[in-house]
Design a protein around this ligand. Structure first.
Ligand SMILES: C[S@@+](CC[C@H](N)C(=O)[O-])C[C@H]1O[C@@H](n2cnc3c(N)ncnc32)[C@H](O)[C@@H]1O
Length: 203
């Protein structure tokens, strides 16, 4: 595995400045990415499907959201822009990704509502009203299940999680795993091989 890959906690590839432009919900975004972070050349197609098919929050939505595996921050920046009364916690193991998310949120005037953390530094006791993720699949099936177990446990009782995952990279097996662990999982969209899963607590 190349040490320059985005899997690295501390990418060794020289930092670059890549301009990523996209629009979601009628709003245009220009963000900065870099080599050494996931999908530095364009908005990832899976993330695009998630942001198009998930129920984005609105100006009336309050609460605390979590973006698991934020990369350079596209999901966090969209959520915080759509929901100016909400706070978004953005987590990633990749330090360059975290730095870019801080930078992108600041450039959009969202610095006070996008809190960026190394996963182990997320304050204990915070519950999330919404969890959004285009999760890492390279960590393998067991790793992905562990990651989901860890963060879905922090979902508020009436909270909702929106996930996107490629069918060929474990989308259907993650769906089955979550259902088997008493989560209510609805496949709300399937587009270009990407499954969008809406996850809530049963009962
Ligand atoms: C598929 S990428 C999505 C990135 C970004 N959300 C996007 O849409 O472009 C998954 C991200 O998860 C991060 N990641 C990997 N393992 C992680 C872990 N255990 N906890 C949090 N993030 C992790 C990776 O560094 C990567 O940035």
């Amino acid at each position: 595995m190349s040490p320059d890959h985005y899997f690295s906690a501390e990418p060794s590839a020289p930092e670059t400045r890549e301009r990523i432009e996209f629009s979601v919900g009628g709003r245009g975004y220009t963000l900065t990415a870099s080599r050494g972070v996931f999908s530095a050349g364009r908005l990832d197609p899976g993330t695009a499907v998630l942001l198009r098919k998930g129920d984005l929050p609105t100006p009336a939505t309050t609460g605390t959201f979590l973006d698991v595996g934020c990369g350079y921050g596209p999901i966090s920046c969209v959520l915080a822009s759509e929901a100016p009364a909400a706070t978004v916690f953005a987590i990633d193991v990749n330090s360059r990704a975290r730095a870019l998310t801080v930078e992108n949120a600041a450039a959009l005037g969202l610095a006070d509502r996008v809190e960026v953390y190394e996963p182990d530094e997320v304050p204990a006791g915070v519950e999330f009203d919404q969890i959004w993720s285009n999760p890492p699949t390279h960590i393998g099936k067991a790793g992905l299940q562990e990651l989901m177990d860890r963060w879905l446990a922090r979902l508020a009782p009436a909270g909702v999680a929106w996930l996107v995952i490629n069918r060929n990279l474990g989308g259907d097996s993650l769906h089955a795993y979550l259902t088997g662990n008493n989560w209510v999982v609805e496949r709300t969209a399937s587009q270009r091989g990407f499954r969008v899963l809406k996850v809530t607590r049963g009962g």
